[in-house]
Design a protein around this ligand. Structure first.
Ligand SMILES: CC(C)(COP(=O)(O)OP(=O)(O)OC[C@H]1O[C@@H](n2cnc3c(N)ncnc32)[C@H](O)[C@@H]1OP(=O)(O)O)[C@@H](O)C(=O)NCCC(=O)NCCS
Length: 205
């Protein structure tokens, strides 16, 4: 899993955990403001603009063709997923007519809003979804493919559609139980992450 780990292109990331795979055709701008936990995969053709700050937890996957832009702050907690083609914006132009728009226009003619997106533990965002700024996607949320997220999503709920609406609860007991079991395998008694090549194989225990 961590076969890309020692590649030179990872050296530009000062805040990197263990067992992190960033495929070489991912494009990441401002890596100095990006914090990445342990056991993370960022696929080829992902585009991330660090913005004010980007914090990616542990056991996170960002799949191909996803983009993260907008210049604000992003927090992806542990066990979160952005499927392929997600468009996540942490900031926005003024669409309602208060200023000129787009990156070519200087301040004060343009007044972009720099905001945040927070994705809480165990949330998964389906392919080609769009996440607009200033939303919190609650713990355990699943978002259907091709959805538009414009408002906060309540924990442990499945959402879908444009704009996304809740379609049913997402049971949490099994996911939390599996997390507990996995964490016993991958963290030592002091809570330190055990890299893959130092772990006992699951079938040896
Ligand atoms: C949201 C999702 C998980 C729901 O799965 P499900 O429980 O099998 O859903 P159902 O097919 O029973 O649909 C339930 C209702 O939601 C609607 N719905 C389901 N997915 C939808 C979507 N992505 N967008 C809009 N509506 C959706 C269905 O049309 C149905 O509506 P109805 O009750 O009016 O007929 C699934 O449809 C989905 O989008 N998964 C994302 C998969 C993905 O992106 N994978 C990428 C690789 S990880």
């Amino acid at each position: 899993m961590n076969f890309m780990k020692n590649q030179a292109h990872l050296q530009k990331f000062p805040n990197l955990g263990q067992d992190v795979t960033i495929w070489p055709m991912a494009k990441i701008v401002f890596p100095e403001v990006i914090f990445i936990g342990d056991s993370v995969i960022i696929d080829d053709f992902v585009f991330i603009m660090g913005g004010k700050m980007t914090r990616i937890g542990s056991f996170v996957h960002i799949a191909s063709f996803t983009s993260i832009t907008g210049g604000g702050k992003l927090i992806m907690e542990d066990f979160t997923t952005l499927s392929s083609g997600v468009r996540l914006f942490t900031g926005n132009d003024d669409y309602l007519g208060g200023s000129l728009t787009n990156s070519t226009v200087p301040y004060p003619y343009r007044k972009p809003m720099r905001s945040f997106v927070r994705i809480k533990k165990h949330a998964i965002v389906g392919a080609n979804s769009v996440i607009l700024p200033e939303v919190t996607i609650g713990e355990g949320v699943a978002i259907g493919a091709n959805s538009l997220i414009k408002r906060d999503c309540e924990p442990w709920t499945i959402y879908a559609g444009s704009p996304a609406k809740p379609i049913r609860p997402r049971p949490k007991e099994k996911i939390l139980e599996l997390e507990t079991q996995l964490c016993q395998e991958v963290y030592d008694t002091n809570g330190n992450y055990i890299p893959i090549n130092q772990r006992k194989k699951l079938d040896e225990t």
